[in-house]
Design a protein around this ligand. Structure first.
Ligand SMILES: [Cu+2]
Length: 123
C-alpha cells in the first residue's frame, strides 16, 4: 500500500511538471535572462522564424540571435522596423540583434520582403 501511494505521488508530480512546463505557457517563447540582465533568445531561420513569437520584459535589453539554416534568398535579411535595425543573415552563422523595447507592445520583425514574419511581445 505504501508503495502504491508513493507511485501515485510520483505520477502526480510528473503530471504537474508536464503541466507546468508544456501546458501552462502562454503563446510564444520566453527569452532567457543572460549575462548583465540581457534577455536572450535563439531563433532558427528556415522557411520562417522558429520561434516566431518571443516574450520579453519591456524596459530591459533584448538580444536575439538569428541562425539561418537555408540558402533561400528570401530570408537573407531580417528587418526590425520599430527599432530601425536590420541585419544580413549569412547561412549557418549566428547574427545578434540587440535593442530595448522601452514600452510594452508587439514589435514585428520580417524578411526584407515582408513574407516571413515574427514578433517580440514586450510586457
Ligand atoms: Cu522574404
Amino acid at each position: 500500500m505504501t508503495v502504491l501511494i508513493v507511485d501515485l505521488a510520483g505520477l502526480g508530480f510528473i503530471a504537474l511538471i508536464i503541466w507546468y512546463f508544456w501546458l501552462s505557457k502562454p503563446q510564444g517563447s520566453l527569452a532567457v535572462i543572460g549575462a548583465g540582465g540581457v534577455q536572450e533568445a535563439f531563433i532558427v531561420v528556415k522557411g520562417g522564424y522558429s520561434p516566431d513569437t518571443i516574450r520579453v520584459e519591456a524596459g530591459q535589453p533584448v538580444k536575439l540571435v538569428f541562425n539561418r539554416q537555408e540558402a533561400d534568398p528570401c530570408s537573407g535579411k531580417v528587418v526590425f522596423d520599430a527599432f530601425g535595425v536590420s541585419a544580413d543573415l549569412p547561412e549557418g552563422e549566428n547574427v545578434s540583434i540587440e535593442f530595448t523595447p522601452s514600452e510594452p507592445g508587439e514589435y514585428e520583425f520580417a524578411c526584407q520582403m515582408g513574407m516571413l514574419r515574427g514578433r517580440v511581445v514586450a510586457s
